[in-house]
Design a protein around this ligand. Sequence first.
Ligand code: SF4
Ligand code: SF4
Length: 116
Amino acid sequence: MAYKIIEDCINCDACLPECPNGAIYKGGDEWRFSDGTDLKGMIEVQSVSVDADAPQSAKADDYYYIVSEKCTECVGFFDEPRCVSVCPVDCCISDPDFVETPEVLLAKQQTMHLNA
Ligand code: SF4
Ligand code: SF4
């Protein structure tokens, strides 16, 4: 399953540069599929066409947030989720509302990183 950040976040910025998928954003910032990935132009996400370069609305305003669609639990890059490892207040937790198998997570990682 993807990870999410809960409201205990102290906005320290430690996690953002660690995410290999560019899936972590500062509260209030817009996000893009193309940030930190090889995605560009029109892509298919859950049978819907999306412009990878188009800015998307922030998923949280007051603290950092994770884009579930881009989070792979670090599968394909690291053995453990990097955000969990570096967060000083343990506020990166698995999201029971976004469950994915290891196979799906790896396929997601390979789709985002064509040259990985
Ligand atoms: S688990 Fe890995 S891929 Fe997901 S948000 Fe954390 S650092 Fe990024
Ligand atoms: S490392 Fe933890 S406390 Fe710091 S910005 Fe990320 S989620 Fe928030």
